[in-house]
Design a protein around this ligand. Structure first.
Ligand SMILES: *Cc1c(COP(=O)(O)O)cnc(C)c1O
Length: 412
């Protein structure tokens, strides 16, 4: 699609079948039942069939974990109460004195957790631009235990070369664990494990669930030792999701492939439209030839999601506000990955916890708008954007006229 790698044709079939085998149940239910029981009968003390207590294992959760593992080309899948609970559990694999390398342009919540919570446990986190491979090489230390990548990043959609980073890191020390936050693309569009990563982390809240009604996280891995530790920690820390939420996310996975194909199509169409609009300064979308890492994206991914970022001309918060007060089909809200289109202003919303200096360094200005393009008809989405952007254009021209008038008045 649009020059990206060809996807595995069995993906939709695996999404529908793996983990949902009717033979698992005495009833032969085609749709896995929601097993709400917190406890399970034992034959004799400490002799149980498969499950004992629902925090350590639950039949409905197992169905989802098996399916997720299959979609990420992993042996094992583990789910958690949120994306951040998944991240926290991964970080409990580390000890005081360990060093972690991560991207400087990270999801705001991960950034906050690393800088304000993890640091108190004596773990040092070094923030670098992982899109530059020499930076990764230079940051590696004898006590480096983990490299955490998020690609593409939020909201700038910068891309880290997963295969190249994995090679550099493993050549330095094969025991360093490489984690990729794959939330922005979902396994339909990017599978980090075959590229050399050890673990994939997800906020299932976004594309995997796709209906904006569940908060959940996941980790997938084929690394035996990492899996053993994570399985222990999942139970020992206890950040697990409810069986009901597991049922909902598993149901959502059945339509992941069709949803992602349509998100890609709508996102591409919106990006191309924005690139041609006179109120727009620049559009960031890995599928556009103008994206600085377009070639890498085509090599690494099977497509893109509905995430599109663009800059309005000028850097005027008032103009950005006009955009949000004029747009109707897109809803002004945080989060992403649902069937409904959303728009937001990162500088005041999702990235307000990033310091102004850091925002300036990254280029997150008041004219940067992030869209999560949903599954509505593309004609409606484009006419909505066109209308709002024309209001912005009128506002820009008014401001420009006022400035010219003021200059003329000053000159006379
Ligand atoms: C939302 C998100 C998270 C955090 O997940 P929650 O489910 O909100 O805890 C982590 N990484 C990325 C890229 C996200 O978008």
């Amino acid at each position: 699609m649009d020059g990206f790698r060809a996807n595995d044709v069995s993906f939709p079939t695996r999404a529908i079948r793996v983990g949902s085998e009717p033979e698992k149940w005495n009833s032969m239910a085609v749709v896995p039942p929601i097993s709400l029981s917190t406890t399970f009968k034992q034959h004799a003390p400490a002799q149980f069939k498969k499950y004992e207590y629902s925090r350590s294992g639950n039949p409905t959760r197992d169905c989802l974990e098996e399916c997720l593992a299959s979609l990420e080309d992993a042996k094992y899948g583990l789910v958690f109460a949120s994306g951040l609970a998944a991240t926290t559990t991964i970080m409990h694999m580390l000890s005081s004195g360990d060093h972690v390398i991560t991207m400087n342009d990270l999801y705001g919540g991960t950034n906050r957790y690393f800088k304000r919570v993890l640091i108190k446990q004596g773990i040092t986190v070094e923030f670098i631009d992982t899109t530059v491979l020499d930076n990764v090489k230079a940051a590696l230390k004898p006590n480096t235990k983990m490299v955490w990548c998020e690609t593409p990043t939020n909201p700038l959609l910068q891309i880290t070369d997963i295969a190249a980073v994995s090679k550099i890191v493993k050549e330095y020390n094969k025991d360093i664990l490489i984690v990729v936050d794959n939330t922005f693309l979902s396994p339909y569009n990017q599978r980090p494990l075959p590229l050399g990563a050890d673990m994939v982390m997800h906020s299932c809240t976004k594309y995997l669930n796709g209906h904006s009604d569940v908060v959940m996280g996941a980790v997938c891995t084929s690394h035996e030792e990492a899996h053993n530790q994570l399985r222990f920690l999942q139970n020992a820390i206890g950040g697990v999701p409810s069986p009901f939420d597991c049922y909902l996310v598993n149901r959502s996975l059945k339509t992941l492939a069709v949803r992602m194909m349509q998100h890609h199509k709508n996102g591409m169409a919106v990006a191309k439209f924005l690139e041609g609009h006179p109120a727009v300064e620049r559009v960031l979308h890995p599928g556009l030839p103008s994206h600085p890492q377009h070639e890498l994206a085509k090599r690494q991914c099977f497509g893109h999601s509905g995430m599109v970022t663009f800059f309005l001309k000028g850097d005027d918060l008032e103009v950005s506000k006009k955009f949000f007060s004029s747009i109707e089909v897109f809803t002004l809200a945080e989060s992403l990955g649902g069937y409904e289109s959303l728009c937001e202003l990162p500088s005041l919303m999702t990235h307000s916890s990033v310091s102004p200096e850091e925002r300036a360094k990254l280029g997150i200005t008041d004219s940067l708008i992030r869209l999560s393009v949903g599954l509505e008809s593309i004609e409606d989405l484009i006419s909505d954007l066109d209308k709002a952007l024309n209001v912005c254009l009128a506002e820009m021209n008014k401001t420009a006229r006022n400035t010219t008038d003021a200059a003329a008045a000053a000159a006379t």
